[in-house]
Design a binder for this molecule. Structure first.
Ligand code: ARG
Length: 573
């Protein structure tokens, strides 16, 4: 299925072809800022005219004249210095939205999984609390996962947890020396984290601790049963805690293949790279020089083996690339981490290019999360420490609002709504901002009923549903759509644009574009509902039927879009 923008872009390229201008990349048509200028705009004639040193307006006019007819288009005219503005047909819009309503899906019909994407996200480190960076990776990665699913990609969601490395030797020493069994039973990760920190402090005064830790790591690596048992246990208790959080947030993975999964691949991989001349010896260590493929890294090779023989984070990433290639032959691989890992991934991707692995690698990186006073949350400020607490606070705040607004609902219903709003608000506040900026963690703002927030969208959806319930009680039902009022037209167009918004968000790895779309849709619905009566003795039955269909289509588009960004579309609030 083509989106409206794609459909129009195709028309423009056909017109250009008729005119004999072939081989140019055609600019995509984009929605106009205001309906006065039509619904979509093309800049191609303007650019082409300039490029060919012809009058851009004349070029645009010639292109308009050459446009093949299309049922969606009732008007195409030249505007400004050489833009083409398209106006869509009301009948076509009504039919388009009506068909999708009947098919019970506003999004594009899933084209069947032809392409595969591996998305590497969340990826926390075991025996430690997730920090805010992992929370953002979980939320943004989860949305990218759903965006691709919705578009029909075959998605492999892989949680590449940090479950291997020298920290386990330290942890094992600390466990034997200072563990507090009661504290471990109470909150395993807190206790492991305490032990790890304690080890660091003690090792400053007692350097032999480091030697012992190295010995324990070596024993773990060579399969010592006791150390393997401890390590397995540390991994398991961590996964239990991570899982609780994933469940609560509705986050799913297809596989959890942590760093340890690749541990036996690392040595042969580096040996092979040495043999192939991709990696070279450097004072006993092994590096991959990158200057030949990425001049920027001429002075920054990728270190793949330390002089003591140990492999590194990047070595594991290279082994992971091979495994994914062999197992899923993905068309692209997307990594979601904070921006501090930008250079790391650039180096890894460059090394892959040297090894002849050509698929599309994407690093989606994001900024920091700040508190309203500008501070970055740290263990000291408390926010980094306990995400469960953060969610609980959001839910408690939401509960207060729900109690005020929806006292008529049962206690169980209100608890369910508060959970959905609180957790949804945290996710949505993150997703609704450009990932590449720092975001502000402002609970009051994210729970506000006004503005681009989770509760605003959730209420908009519940409102549509309540109108539909009321109609059903009154025996009114939906029927063919007729778009007469400007706001009916605007709403139908907004609904019809869902696939486009999903595609834009997926292609640019920016879920915030979908959030903006949803906010716009909810706004348009509010204006429509303010201006166009749906039910009432004095409303024409055909008008009621048409407006009910529009309302149902809006609810469906909201529900589908909200599902992608992790918001539950409740029927009543
Ligand atoms: N565990 C890593 C960290 O906490 C993130 C892993 C990201 N994925 C990867 N393939 N390197 O920083």
């Amino acid at each position: 299925m083509r989106t409206i923008a794609e459909e129009l872009t195709l028309l423009v390229s056909q017109a250009a072809e008729t005119m004999g201008h072939v081989g140019f990349s055609v600019d995509a048509c984009v929605p106009t800022a205001s309906a006065q200028h039509g619904d979509y705009q093309s800049n191609f004639a303007f650019r082409l005219g300039k490029h060919l040193k012809m009058n851009p307006r004349a070029m645009a006019q010639a292109m308009v004249d050459a446009l093949p007819p299309h049922p969606a288009v009732v008007g195409a005219e030249v505007a400004g210095p050489g833009f083409i503005n398209f106006r869509l047909s009301e009948a076509w819009l009504a039919q388009n939205v009506g068909e999708r309503l009947a098919a019970d899906r506003m999004g594009p019909p899933a084209p069947g999984a032809e392409k595969t994407v591996v998305i590497d996200y969340s990826s926390p480190n075991v025996a430690k609390r997730m920090h805010v960076g992992h929370l953002r990776s979980t939320i943004i990665g989860g949305a990218l996962h759903q965006l691709h699913r919705f578009l029909g990609w075959n998605v492999v969601a892989d949680n590449h947890i940090g479950d291997w490395g020298t920290q386990f030797g330290k942890l094992i020493v600390a466990w034997h020396e200072w563990r507090d069994e009661a504290a471990y039973a109470e909150d395993a990760i807190a206790e492991l984290q305490r032990l790890y920190v304690l080890f660091g402090e003690k090792a400053k005064a007692q350097p032999d601790l480091e030697d012992r830790a190295r010995a324990e790591t070596a024993r773990l690596q060579s399969g010592d049963p006791e150390n393997v048992r401890l390590w397995t246990q540390f991994v398991e208790v961590s996964l239990v805690e991570f899982d609780a959080l994933y469940q609560r947030m509705g986050i799913k993975f297809d596989v959890i293949l942590g760093e340890s999964f690749y541990r036996d691949d690392l040595k042969p991989l580096v040996d092979r790279m040495l043999a192939d001349g991709i990696a070279v010896d450097s004072d006993g260590a092994v590096i991959v020089p990158l200057g030949d493929v990425e001049p920027q890294f001429a002075e920054q090779p990728l270190l793949v083996r330390k002089s003591d023989g140990a492999a590194l984070y990047g070595t594991t990433d290279l082994a992971t690339v091979y495994y994914r290639q062999k197992t899923w032959a993905p068309d692209k691989v997307v990594y979601v981490t904070d921006m501090r890992q930008r250079d790391h991934f650039r180096q890894v991707f460059a090394a892959c290019r040297k090894m002849g692995i050509e698929h599309n690698f994407v690093h989606v990186y994001f900024g920091m999360l700040r508190l309203p006073d500008g501070a970055v949350p740290s263990s000291r400020s408390g926010l980094a420490l306990n995400l469960k607490e953060v969610l609980d606070i959001a839910v408690a705040h939401a509960r207060k609002v729900v109690d005020e607004k929806s006292g008529h609902l049962s206690d169980i219903e209100r608890a369910e709504i508060a959970e959905a709003v609180g957790v949804g608000a945290i996710r949505y506040a993150d997703l609704s901002q450009n990932p590449q900026t720092d975001i502000v963690f402002d609970l009051a703002k994210m729970l506000s009923l006004d503005g681009n927030t989770a509760p605003y969208l959730m209420y908009a959806h519940a409102r549509c549903k309540s109108i539909l319930r009321k109609a059903a009680d009154e025996g009114a039902s939906s029927g063919p759509m007729v778009l007469e009022h400007p706001l009916e037209r605007e709403l139908a167009l907004a609904v019809a644009r869902l696939p486009e918004a999903v595609l834009d968000a997926a292609n640019s790895y920016r879920p915030n574009l979908l959030c903006e779309y949803l906010f716009g849709l909810a706004n348009t619905f509010a204006r429509f509902y303010g201006a166009c009566r749906v039910l009432g003795a004095d409303v024409e039955p055909n008008t009621t039927a048409s407006r009910l269909a529009l309302t149902a289509a809006t609810a469906m588009a909201l529900r589908e879009g909200m599902g992608i960004v992790g918001l539950r579309a409740l029927d009543r609030m």
